[in-house]
Ligand binder design. Structure first.
Ligand SMILES: [Zn+2]
Ligand SMILES: [Zn+2]
Length: 210
C-alpha cells in the first residue's frame, strides 16, 4: 500500500485537514487546508515531499483558509482542484468576511474537477464524487486503496451537514449521502470535515438523519 494519510485538526472551527502522501513517488496533496496549514507545510518540507495538489471539498472559508500558507509564490506546479459549481463561493472568500475572519483570496485559478474524475498522485488514485447539498460544488474524495472517503461537511459522525447556508438544500444533501456515500462498501472509513471519523456501516446503522 503506498498511500498514507496524516490528519491534522486546525483552525478556529477545528477542521480536519489531511495530508495524502504517495510513498512511492513522494508526491503529496493537502485536502481542505484550514487556517494553520503552515504546520502541514513544515511536515511536507521536513519529509522531503513534493506538494503537487490542493484538493478542496467545498469553498467555505474554514476549508480554504490555509491555502495561502501552503503556497510559496510563484506556486510552481501546485494545482488547486475544486468543482466549478463552487467558484462563486471561492471568489467571495468562502464567506469569511460574513463571519468576521480576515482572508485574502489566493491568486490561484482553481482547476475544475467533475464527478467520476480520477486524480492521480504518483501510483495512487483519488476518485471525485460530486455531493452537493451543504454547499454548491461540494465533492467527496474516495481513496479505494485505503477504503476511505474524505466527505467534507456532507456527513458527520451521527450527523449531517448544515443546509441553511447559501446554496444548501436538505433534500439534495440526503440524496448525495444516499447515492454517493452509503453505496460505498460498508467498511469504508469516513473522514468528515470536522469531528470524529466514522464509517459507512456505523452511519447506516446509527445516523438519526438518514
Ligand atoms: Zn462547510
Ligand atoms: Zn466546515
Amino acid at each position: 500500500m503506498s498511500l498514507k494519510i496524516t490528519h491534522y485538526v486546525l483552525g478556529p472551527l477545528q477542521n480536519n485537514t489531511l495530508l495524502l502522501v504517495d510513498e512511492g513517488s513522494r508526491e503529496c496533496a493537502v485536502v481542505d487546508p484550514a487556517f494553520g496549514a503552515a504546520e502541514v507545510l513544515e511536515d511536507i518540507h521536513s519529509q522531503g515531499l513534493k506538494l503537487s495538489r490542493i484538493l478542496i471539498t467545498h469553498a467555505h472559508f474554514d476549508h480554504i483558509g490555509g491555502v495561502n500558507e501552503l503556497i510559496t509564490w510563484p506556486a510552481d506546479g501546485i494545482e488547486l482542484l475544486m468543482h466549478p459549481d463552487g467558484l462563486l463561493l471561492w471568489q467571495s472568500g468562502g464567506g469569511a468576511a460574513v463571519y468576521g475572519y480576515a482572508f485574502q483570496l489566493p491568486e490561484l485559478q482553481p482547476h475544475p474537477i467533475q464527478h467520476g474524475d480520477t486524480i492521480r498522485l504518483g501510483e495512487s488514485e483519488v476518485r471525485v464524487l460530486h455531493t452537493p447539498g451543504h454547499a454548491p460544488g461540494h465533492t467527496a474524495f474516495y481513496l479505494p486503496e485505503l477504503s476511505t472517503a474524505l466527505v467534507g461537511d456532507l456527513i458527520f459522525y451521527h450527523g449531517v451537514g448544515r443546509t441553511d447556508l447559501p446554496g444548501g438544500s436538505a433534500l439534495v444533501l440526503i440524496e448525495s449521502i444516499r447515492q454517493q456515500i452509503l453505496t460505498l462498501p460498508p467498511e469504508t472509513v469516513l473522514i468528515p470535515g470536522h469531528g470524529p471519523f466514522t464509517s459507512v456501516a456505523e452511519e447506516l446503522a446509527e445516523n438519526p438523519f438518514l
